[in-house]
Structures are given as structure tokens and as C-alpha cells.
Design a binder for this molecule. Structure first.
Ligand SMILES: *[C@@H]1O[C@H](CO)[C@@H](O)[C@H](O)[C@H]1NC(C)=O
Length: 288
């Protein structure tokens, strides 16, 4: 009798006062499961990247063999808008190319002077390029009066096309890599650079210049870090009518090292960006 009463008493106490507690325990369990799944997924993805046992056909991009059996070395020009674009967005592709012995050039169309740090940022680009194994003499940084860094500064596509064309002739470039029309972060200068390259392709259609754009992903994929390797591997299948290549960063540490050379930009939120950005781990390129 006595015990039963206590039992009932406890039960009703439990129901009335502890229901929120149970809900909280469940919510915590759910969070714990979500967070631990994300961690497991991150670790597995990083492992996959570093060990290179990736299900996509490996190294088909620019890996055509010449008659002699050696890889056909290309002169590749990266066309970017600001110092640090190369490290923040294009490191997987730059690493892929330098490891395979291609000749990488960078054309940076502004010194990134929106905050008055342009002169410093130009030097930082040379330091980052050294980390990325791009020789100093293969890096051009422009400070053109009509191509200044900033939102709302429109860059004229004819001027861009002329500048890029000169660079192509000077360095015997046969392939261009640049932003797509969104430009990863949506910066208008990135978008304009894309249209400068488009203009050039239209103008010199008779020349055998090949161009590839870096595909901008949605915000979920953009901040999924290494996990994006699984999502971007679905992408080439979806767009089978387009020529798409998905390149893994074989040395993700290099993205951090290269970005760290941009000391004037290397603030906490960019460190977080580089850790969480899928562009640190994988690049999807589409033929323009
Ligand atoms: C871009 O520049 C060219 C010549 O430099 C000029 O003819 C053209 O009108 C300009 N385009 C725009 C949109 O300002």
C-alpha cells in the first residue's frame, strides 16, 4: 500500500514536472547524434581526400598523353580579380596542375585596394604563389585605373579581354581558368572577370584557346568543407551534356599555408571560411 502510493506519487510527479526534462534529453540526444555524424563524415571525407582513393576517374583533366607517352604539358593562365582569390578558391586546381608538371601562370586584375592595402596585398600574392609553386615571373598583378577593387565598380569587358589577350600572347598560354558568372562569392569583380574572358573567347574564336570556369555551388555545399567531395561527385553525372571535371585538393594544408601568406586578410572569419569552405578541398571546373 505504502510503496504503491509512493510509486504513484513519483509517477505523477514525473509526468507533471519532468516532461520538459525528457524533451530536453531527447533534443540533446538528437544534437549529439547530428554533431557526431557530421564529425564522422568530415573525418571520413578528409581521409578520402588525403588518401586519394576517390571514386571519380583520377586525373583525367589535362592528362592527355603525347605520342611519346609523356603528359602534354600546358601553359595555364588563372585569371582572378583580387590577391587571395587564387588561394581561397583555386588551390585544388593549382595543386593538381603543378603536381602534374603543367606551367601555371596567374593574372590578377587588381591589387585589391578597396581598403587601401593594395601594395601589401600585391606582395602577399607573390608569397602565396611561392607556396603554390607558381614562380614569381609567372604572376602578373595589375593596378589599372578602370579596374579598381570594390563593389559597384564595373569592369569593362573589352578592357579585360584586351589585357587577358596580351597576357596570353606574352606567355604562350593555351588554356584559361577563371570564375563562372556568379564568381563563388558573388562579388561583382569576379563576375566581370568571367565576362572579360567570355568576350575574349568570342573575339578570338579562331584561336585554339581553351577556357574553364570554376563552378559556384549553393550555400549549403559551399560551407560543407570536405564533405562536398561526395556532393560534387554527383554533379558531373547530373550534367552529362556538359564537360565537367572535379578536382580534389591533394594537399588541403596548402590552402591554409597559401592563405596565411595573405597576412592582411588572414583574420578569424577567413580562417573559419578556409576550414569550412568546400573550395579548400575540391574544385569543379566546367568548360566555357
Ligand atoms: C568599354 O570600353 C570600350 C573601349 O575601351 C568602349 O567602346 C565601350 O563602350 C565600353 N563599354 C562600356 C559598357 O562602358
Amino acid at each position: 500500500m505504502y510503496l504503491g502510493t509512493v510509486g504513484i506519487g513519483l509517477d505523477s510527479y514525473d509526468n507533471v514536472f519532468n516532461a520538459p526534462y525528457h524533451a530536453m534529453v531527447h533534443a540533446r540526444m538528437a544534437w549529439f547524434l547530428i554533431v557526431s555524424s557530421v564529425i564522422v563524415l568530415w573525418v571520413a571525407s578528409l581521409f578520402k581526400i588525403i588518401h586519394g582513393s576517390y571514386s571519380l576517374p583520377k586525373g583525367t583533366f589535362l592528362n592527355n598523353l603525347k605520342n611519346g607517352g609523356s603528359v602534354n604539358k600546358r601553359n595555364v593562365l588563372f585569371v582572378v580579380a583580387h590577391p587571395d582569390d587564387e588561394s581561397m578558391f583555386f588551390t585544388p586546381t593549382i595543386n593538381y596542375l603543378t603536381v602534374r608538371g603543367h606551367n601555371v601562370h596567374i593574372l590578377c586584375l587588381s591589387i585589391g585596394d578597396a581598403d587601401g592595402k593594395g601594395i601589401t596585398r600585391k606582395e602577399e600574392l607573390y608569397q602565396a604563389s611561392a607556396i603554390l609553386k607558381v614562380p614569381h615571373q609567372q604572376v602578373s598583378v595589375l593596378d589599372h585605373p578602370n579596374l579598381q577593387d570594390g563593389f559597384g565598380k564595373v569592369w569593362n569587358d573589352s578592357i579585360l579581354a584586351n589585357i587577358i589577350e596580351e597576357e596570353i600572347t606574352r606567355n604562350n598560354i593555351d588554356l584559361i581558368i577563371t570564375f563562372d558568372n556568379y564568381g563563388v562569392s558573388g562579388h561583382c569583380n569576379h563576375h566581370d572577370v568571367h565576362y572579360g574572358v567570355r568576350k575574349l573567347l568570342q573575339a578570338s574564336s579562331q584561336r585554339k584557346i581553351e577556357a574553364w570556369e570554376l563552378v559556384s555551388t549553393n550555400i549549403f555545399r559551399k560551407y560543407s568543407g570536405p564533405v562536398d567531395i561526395w556532393l560534387s561527385s554527383l554533379n558531373p553525372m547530373q550534367s552529362s551534356h556538359e564537360v565537367v571535371h572535379c578536382l580534389l585538393n591533394e594537399q588541403p594544408r596548402k590552402s591554409f599555408l597559401a592563405m596565411a601568406q595573405h597576412s592582411s586578410q588572414w583574420v578569424w572569419f577567413r580562417k573559419l571560411f578556409v576550414a569550412f569552405s568546400s573550395y579548400t578541398y575540391v574544385n569543379t571546373l566546367k568548360k566555357m
